[in-house]
Write a protein that binds this ligand. Structure first.
Ligand SMILES: C[S@@+](CC[C@H](N)C(=O)[O-])C[C@H]1O[C@@H](n2cnc3c(N)ncnc32)[C@H](O)[C@@H]1O
Length: 369
């Protein structure tokens, strides 16, 4: 059995672990942002297609303890049978991270490791000179933690949160994987109404619909494993076909609104790119006009958190959020925000909060108890 490592954003490891266990894989270890598990090599496409909260999926090619000098690092990397994974002239990119280890000079770690790979691929001739810019590079990560090295081959390429439906640029979108994690944490029951009143580019509504419809979140994107020698085209196409068959049909009640008409246009374009255009009800609406309609609603949202509100003051908006949910205690309400002053505006004892990160930005995910 081959070992793999799925990297995640900080704070969502437990959800990533559940995702992997649900597919029947055997978890070996869960440490900060890294889930190690093992399974057959043919199943690389399945994790890449289905992981909603993962960041990148790596194959663990080698691991060794006590790597405190460059000679031993060279030996570990050189001992891997690189020809098995890719052709001699494939462009390669070596990245490195070092935490609490003797070897700290990242450029040297990269240089030594690349030298070891090239030597293994070329048998010592060192003529691995393909720098073709049109070819995506094979991405190798040398991870050193407490002098333990892990040599990892990226099977995803771009991070998995880049689903491919969100092309329109705008200022503060939440990562797709983080939005999916928030929805999974909310325990939303799919047949009840879902609402995002600050929808921006539509990420929560689109992710909610994809979760409810059991759509694998890999829309229209390329993966590194498609360029590896290990998995044939047929295996990965079979996995795609299998994933498509798992979609559910139902009249899900998914609503989303935003005060800015431009954002609603972007959200609708993103939803169309995700192939779901008629299934989400988008409206231009001020959150303050929201009246609870007597349905069991789940609200998962990402309110504005900077000072650029046009005609309002951010504190009064957050006070309004708190008031609305105070007078409608039956609403299931969750919000992720990096607006830390929120704590001063509410009775904290009425809320639960969980630390999460959007990119590098610290956020809290609030829920009224
Ligand atoms: C942090 S963004 C949401 C980002 C969104 N989660 C995404 O992924 O694109 C907050 C959104 O709240 C909207 N907004 C600000 N004030 C509002 C109000 N009073 N009512 C409704 N929406 C508002 C902004 O236009 C902005 O799109």
């Amino acid at each position: 059995m081959q070992k793999y490592v799925l990297s995640t954003i900080m704070g969502v490891e437990s959800i990533a672990k559940k995702e992997i266990e649900r597919q029947g894989w055997v978890i070996e270890e869960v440490v900060d942002r890294l889930i190690t598990f093992s399974w057959e090599i043919e199943l690389i496409p399945r994790v890449n297609f289905w992981s909603r909260v993962g960041n990148k999926m790596y194959m663990l090619l080698a691991e060794a303890d006590n790597i405190d000098n460059f000679d031993s690092l060279f030996d570990v990397v050189n001992s891997i049978h690189w020809k098995k994974y890719f052709k001699k002239d494939f462009p390669i990119l070596v990245k490195a991270t070092s935490l609490r280890s003797e070897l700290t000079a990242i450029p040297t770690i990269q240089w030594v490791s690349k030298k070891a790979i090239v030597k293994s691929l070329t048998g010592g001739s060192g003529d691995h000179v393909n720098e073709d810019r049109d070819l995506e590079k094979m991405d190798i990560l040398i991870l050193l933690i407490d002098n333990k090295v892990r040599v990892l081959l990226n099977t995803s390429w771009k991070a998995l949160h880049m689903r491919g439906y969100r092309e329109e640029a705008w200022e503060a979108p939440i990562k797709e994987s983080l939005a999916a994690a928030c929805i999974l944490l909310s325990n939303w029951r799919f047949k009840e109404a879902f609402y995002d009143p600050f929808c921006g580019s539509g990420t929560f509504a689109i992710e909610a619909l994809m979760i409810a419809r059991n759509i694998a979140p890999w829309l229209r994107r390329k993966f590194a494993f498609e360029g590896l020698q290990l998995i044939d085209w047929e295996t990965s196409e079979n996995e795609r076909a299998l994933a498509r068959k798992k979609r559910f049909e139902w009249e899900y009640k998914i609503y989303a609104s935003d005060i800015d008409p431009e954002m609603i246009k972007i959200a609708e374009a993103n939803t169309a790119r995700a192939g779901q255009e008629w299934r989400i009800d988008f409206q231009v609406k001020d959150f303050k006009a929201f009246v609870e309609p007597g349905l069991p609603w789940t609200i998962v949202t990402n309110p504005p958190y900077n000072q650029r509100l046009k005609d309002d003051n951010i504190d009064s908006l957050y006070k309004h959020i708190d008031k609305l949910f105070r007078i409608n205690p039956e609403l299931k309400w969750w919000a992720i925000t990096s607006y830390t002053d929120f704590d001063n505006l509410i009775k904290l004892s009425e809320y639960k909060k969980r630390k999460l990160y959007n990119g590098g930005e610290l956020c809290y995910f609030y829920r009224r108890k």
